[in-house]
Design a protein around this ligand. Structure first.
Ligand code: PLP
Length: 401
């Protein structure tokens, strides 16, 4: 007998992940805050969730004693199908809710998992490519690396309207693409893809045989015009397209962990088979509460008005300073501050306001430049008075003239 132990075998792909942005922010902001702290760094809605949530969870408590089905319940699928059809003007009968919808424990879970059903491991071939905007929601890259695929970071800077133009990629890249993530309204910039641009991207996905994963979790938080969605741009045939939606932002319930994926029936079937093994089916009380939330628009209209009031306040405070613009959707400000990391540090030390350096959401391009480096992302998730106080402090700290 010896005392020696074999080392653990840790998946080396984990080394490809950078620290998550909020870990990096904690490391950056070690000093005490310069004033009473206000956190605008994380996109976690702080508005009051609708009262029906706690009521329904209590009424449906017997459901905690059951293993939930992967596909949710018929009322859930019907409610989501009706919501999608109405919200995105889908042709009547073009959408089979029983075959084209799967509940998710938040859209994040599905965005992370989708790659498992589209990236095949082919030992004699180079790894598949996954297209994504840059800057981007970090889960896209994490999912890509852990699946043994390679990310292609497609600039989503001011020049491209803060959205990625996949059609500008070389043929050699498009041919190896297995998946493309598109976020509209975009986190962090709030840009909204138009119908013709979505149609072009879907045509590209079909021509080159990749899947479009349309992350639309911010679709219900908008200023004036309801953003169009990828299903709407499909022309009645959902081939190659999956859309991801969530109640986290729409209904201010990030802790409920409730979302869904919908679209191409073949992909949904593959996803269902995958998820029968991976687990995390949505618990039945959560399914019941989610069903009711998807059926109700009143609370969503009220929620949107709260965000709009905060965007009004931001417009009044910043005007055209720090590159302020009113995003088409989402609840973030994407301010051009010259050096985002320096500005975030200063805002914390001098004003107690916690914001996220844009660089933590981007990767350097071939020119070595990180397209987020000049920006900070500010999440307007607190109440109006707190948000106004924080934005005044930001303006007073960063605006010199
Ligand atoms: C762009 C984007 N996609 C997806 C998500 C995941 O949200 P959830 O899992 O709460 O639905 C977030 C959350 O902040 C996000 O910003």
């Amino acid at each position: 007998m010896t005392n020696s132990r074999l080392p653990f075998m840790i998946n080396p792909r984990l080394d490809l992940l950078t620290d998550y942005p909020f870990q990096r922010l904690t490391a950056l902001l070690q000093d005490p805050p310069g004033a009473e702290p206000i956190n605008l760094s994380i996109g976690e809605p702080q508005h009051q969730p609708p009262a029906m949530v706690t009521r329904i969870l209590a009424e449906q408590a017997a459901g905690w004693g059951k293993y939930p089905p992967t596909i949710g319940t018929p009322p859930f699928r019907t409610a989501v199908g009706a919501w999608l059809t109405n919200r995105f003007h889908l042709p009547a009968g073009a959408f089979d809710a029983d075959k084209q919808i799967l509940p998710l424990a938040g859209s994040r879970e599905g965005l992370f998992q989708v790659i498992q059903i589209v990236c095949r491991a082919a030992p004699d071939q180079p790894p598949p490519l996954v297209l994504m905007p840059n800057p981007f929601y970090q889960v896209y890259a994490g999912a890509t690396y852990l699946a043994g695929a390679e990310p292609v970071f497609v600039p989503a800077s001011r020049e491209s309207g803060f959205l990625p133009d996949f059609s500008a990629l070389p043929e050699s890249i498009l041919q190896r693409a297995a998946l493309a993530y598109l976020c509209s309204p975009a986190n962090p910039q709030g840009a909204v893809a138009g119908l013709s641009s979505l149609r072009r991207t879907i045509a590209l996905a079909r021509r080159y045989g990749f899947v479009l994963a349309a992350d639309e979790c911010y679709s219900e938080i908008y200023d004036q015009i309801a953003p169009v969605g990828a299903l709407e741009a499909c022309g009645g045939d959902f081939a190659n397209v999956l859309v991801f939606h969530s109640l986290s932002k729409r209904s201010s319930v990030p802790g409920l962990r409730s979302g869904f994926v919908a679209g191409d029936a073949r992909l949904i079937d593959a996803f269902r088979r995958f998820r029968a093994y991976s687990g995390t089916a949505m618990p039945l009380p959560v399914v019941a509460a989610s069903t009711a939330l998807w059926q109700d628009e009143t609370h969503v209209v009220e929620n949107r008005a709260l965000y709009r009031a905060k965007m009004d306040a931001a417009a009044a405070i910043f005007g055209d300073r720090l590159g302020f613009y009113r995003p088409g959707g989402g609840f973030y400000l994407w301010l051009d501050v010259g050096d985002g990391e320096k500005a975030a540090l200063r805002l914390w030390r001098e004003a107690g306001v916690r914001v996220l350096p844009g660089a933590y959401l981007g990767r350097p391009g071939p020119d070595g430049v990180n397209p987020g480096a000049a920006f900070v992302r500010i999440a307007l998730v607190q109440d109006l008075a707190t948000t106004e106080r924080a934005l005044e402090r930001i303006a007073n700290t960063l605006v010199t003239a």
